[in-house]
Design a protein around this ligand. Structure first.
Ligand code: LRH
Ligand code: MN
Length: 432
């Protein structure tokens, strides 16, 4: 018997039944509105149902900052309980069957057992993530001064070995990509030789790339700063693109929305990586200042829409090899992680559907005619269209919840988990 009993399909269907009439009304109203624009609403429902985004296993626990981490009742204590909570997100949204694991946080004793546990819940494993930004129990060498770019070849060796282990675990779990983010860099001018550090990093990546299982992709994740506060080895998309190109056709750049300087035009970076054939995927989240890892669409929903506008434009113009992997990467410091993952995935589907609402013929005309105002208005018309009835209809047709947060709260899931999972003493601070 699955331990996610409180959130049963019956409970979801019962809750949907009480909302069906209102949804039907709103849906019919939007149908008319869109029909006037020559848009077939059913096409958009199909696209919403087909959308997929992976959930980070580390996202179902309470996150924290360097100052403090405040736990939450019923916190998952191991990878199995994390999967139970990921199943809850999937049951409510029906767009998150993929789970992105982080090693060693989620290192399984028995990969076959874990794979079967996930399969029984309708889940599979998406991109693997290595961790050479924390010292690992049982590993002799420290990553204090770096990992894949460390000056000491023995430390680089240890870091490469860890990544190779992630590939082996991932292959046993059925994953098909590996994401490498390192915190390597310096806090002071002169601390790191900027060019040779990158060369050491790239040589380490070459060993990981050479060991990629057949059919796998390698995602290189750039980040401007933190934990290094003066220079970061893999600091921006240009450096990531260079490394991905140097490695080969199965290496790509991954864009974490929070990994850029304030005011950077992230959708422009996305358009570049699409055009260069090196856009591997995303870590979606939102931020006001730095790598805040807030809920996607919570702070800059228009930026999220503009990013999906580039993605949908590439999808519709059939850019060769365009197959970005969508993942959430957030830190839930003050909300129920399940509610944040549910609402964040809903906001991604919203941006995707709104991007499909853009009248691209009209937009192209205004661009050709150098009519900036009408070009912007064309995007704004899509962005300001309330597609909520489409999103709810898509979830309901897929067996999910019309109002996922209300259904989650009425299910008593968190209360049940709090009873099942006694609190575990954890470090006082840090991301997880
Ligand atoms: C680094 C990062 C990376 C993960 C970590 C949990 O900031 O975005 O993707 O490995 O967060
Ligand atoms: Mn990330």
């Amino acid at each position: 018997m699955h331990s996610s009993a409180p959130l049963t399909d019956a409970h979801i269907q019962e809750a949907n039944a009480s909302r069906a009439a209102t949804l039907k009304e709103d849906y019919e109203h939007l149908t008319l509105q869109l029909a006037r624009r020559g848009v077939a609403i059913e096409r958009l429902v199909d696209q919403a149902m087909a959308f997929r985004v992976a959930v980070p296993s580390w996202g179902v626990g309470a996150g924290g900052t360097r100052f403090a981490r405040f736990g939450i009742a019923g916190e998952p204590r191991n990878v199995f309980e994390k999967l139970d909570d990921c199943e809850a997100v999937f049951k409510l949204t029906r767009v998150t069957p993929g789970i992105s694991l982080h090693i060693p946080w989620d290192k399984p004793d028995n990969a076959r057992e874990l794979r079967e546990f996930a399969r029984a819940r309708g889940l599979f494993f998406d991109s693997m993530n290595s961790n050479t930004f924390q010292d690992q129990p049982g590993k002799p060498l420290s990553y204090k001064f770096g990992s894949l770019s460390h000056t000491d070849s023995a430390v680089r060796r240890q870091a490469v070995e860890h990544n190779l282990e992630c590939l082996v675990i991932g292959a046993a779990l059925g994953a098909r990509s590996h994401t490498v983010w390192i915190g390597d860099g310096g806090n002071f001018p002169g601390q790191v030789h900027l060019r040779s550090a990158l060369s050491r990093y790239l040589n380490s990546l070459r060993e990981i790339y050479a060991a990629l299982p057949d059919g796998w992709r390698l995602f290189i994740e750039h980040k401007l700063y933190e934990p290094a506060f003066y220079s970061t080895v893999l600091n921006d998309w240009g450096t990531s693109y260079y490394c991905a190109t140097e490695l080969g056709e199965r290496a790509y750049s991954l864009v974490d929305l929070g990994h850029h300087a304030p005011n950077v035009n992230v959708e422009l970076i996305v358009a570049r990586l699409i055009q260069f054939g090196k856009l591997g995927g995303f870590h979606f989240n939102d931020s006001q200042y730095g790598d805040d890892d807030l809920d996607a669409g919570a702070i800059k929903p228009f930026q999220l829409f503009l990013i999906f506008n580039e993605l949908v434009d590439a999808e519709l113009s059939r850019v060769p090899g365009f197959a970005p992997a969508y993942m959430l990467d957030q830190s839930h410091n003050v909300t129920d992680p399940i509610e944040s993952l549910v609402t964040s995935s809903v906001e991604l589907v919203r941006a995707y559907v709104q991007a499909h609402l853009v009248d691209r013929e009209a937009l192209a005309g205004f661009q050709e005619a150098n009519d900036p105002l009408m070009a912007l208005q064309t995007l704004k018309q899509a962005f300001t269209t309330d597609v909520t009835p489409i999103l709810a209809t898509a979830r309901a047709r897929a067996g999910g919840a019309i109002d996922p947060v209300a259904v989650y709260r009425s299910s008593g899931y968190r209360r049940q988990k709090a009873a099942e999972r006694p609190p575990v003493a954890r470090a006082g601070a840090g991301i997880v």
